[in-house]
Design a protein around this ligand. Structure first.
Ligand code: MRU
Length: 368
């Protein structure tokens, strides 16, 4: 099994996703600064994986801090979190994970724990977040698999699989769950320019699992939809606003518009930690702009004239009217999303961690 991220006593071990599929290497990142840089450089990527990596990085930074008192340690935690916050702006899971680690520290301090005990609590919390993410994805898979017909071709974009999470995946988790239910599923994977997450990562991890996958370049999606060869689209998300607008990898919006034109269901699979109720609409979601080199080069190969002007927004926002349903670990949200998403987030805040439960029958919220 692929281990995207792993806590070790020497540091955080992560598969270097920049090197896939040609090299499978697992370097160890030995300080919180190294972990932050790895998030920035996309050694690790995908919203839930970024959250777990940040939590482990924070735990590592706190463990290795030279503070002599709990108050000093708290100030050091603030500095560590500030560094983590500047890594990538769009995936809200990063900020969700940072807040959760800060709350863990505050609770431990309030309980009067010693420095060593606080450090241990922080490591345990990061590891718990790792375990919970896998449970969350499995549960999401159960809900989402219900929406996939028995014999289906599913189009996906970017990589929302094991590599983008602690394990199993969100959009690919739904596909995995459908396959586990013996449904005959084929995947069409968009290559996902410019960083090629679809070609390099999705194709790689699905092939490893023996799930049939056909790689297409991004501009081929409409061709296959028009031929009736796509039964549904499933993508992940980096942030979902209160009204159901979805930020995801650049190119998702075009797919959603195409899907609507061809009457193809467009599903988003994401944990409730990706829902940001503080933002009324997707217009408020910060969109990361990455280096133009990602567009003008493929690895070391230059593919554009030197000095050309380049734009490289890493994400786009799909307005909620294009989204058929949002699959979460707490159930499937349907329009109107203001109500259905709020209900799911509130149920997840009230509930115990998923690892304490067995998955129950799928339920749906919103209009059918
Ligand atoms: O830039 P990336 O590779 O971090 O972007 C990843 C995506 O857009 C994914 O679709 C999203 O994070 C969901 S991953 C479960």
């Amino acid at each position: 099994m692929i281990k995207t991220i792993e806590w070790t006593d020497e540091g955080i071990r992560m598969i270097d996703q920049r090197k896939l599929p040609t090299e499978e290497v697992y370097p160890i990142f030995r300080s919180y600064r190294e972990v932050a840089q790895a998030i920035k450089d996309m050694v690790v990527r995908g919203a839930p994986a970024i959250g777990v990596a940040a939590a482990m990085g924070i735990a590592l930074g706190v463990r290795d801090a030279r503070a002599r008192t709990v108050d000093e340690l708290e100030r050091e935690l603030e500095r560590i979190c500030q560094v983590m916050e500047t890594t990538r702006p769009t995936a809200v899971n990063l900020f969700w994970a940072i807040e959760r680690m800060k709350r863990t520290f505050a609770r431990a301090k309030r309980d009067g724990l010693s420095m060593d005990e606080i450090k241990r609590r922080m490591i345990e919390e990061a590891q718990k977040m790792y375990e919970e993410d896998i449970q969350t994805n499995r549960r999401m898979g159960q809900y989402g698999a219900e929406l996939i017909p028995d014999s289906a071709t599913v189009l996906t974009h970017c990589n929302a699989g094991t590599l983008a999470t602690a394990g199993y995946g969100t959009a690919l988790g739904v596909i995995r769950a459908a396959v586990e239910q013996h449904k005959n599923v084929r995947v069409l994977a968009d290559e996902t320019r410019p960083f090629l997450q679809g070609a390099r990562l999705t194709a790689w991890e699905l092939m490893k699992d023996g799930i049939p996958v056909t790689l297409i370049s991004d501009n081929m999606a409409g061709y296959f939809m028009r031929q009736g060869k796509v039964d549904c689209v499933i993508v992940g998300a980096d942030r979902i606003a209160a009204n159901g607008d979805v930020a995801n990898k650049i190119g998702t919006y075009s797919l959603a518009v195409l899907a609507k034109e061809h009457d193809i269901p467009f599903y988003v699979a994401a944990p409730t930690s990706t829902i940001d109720l503080s933002l009324a609409s997707g217009d408020e979601i910060p969109i990361e702009e990455r280096s133009g080199d990602e567009v003008t080069r493929i690895r070391d190969q230059v593919i554009a004239p030197e000095g050309v002007e380049v734009a490289n927004p890493a994400f786009d926002v799909t307005p909620h009217r294009y989204v058929t349903a949002i699959i979460t670990e707490r159930g499937v949200a349907r329009p109107p999303y203001e109500e259905s998403l709020r209900a799911l987030v509130e149920s997840s805040e009230r509930a115990e961690p998923l690892s304490a439960h067995r998955a129950s029958a799928p339920h749906e919220l919103g209009d059918q």
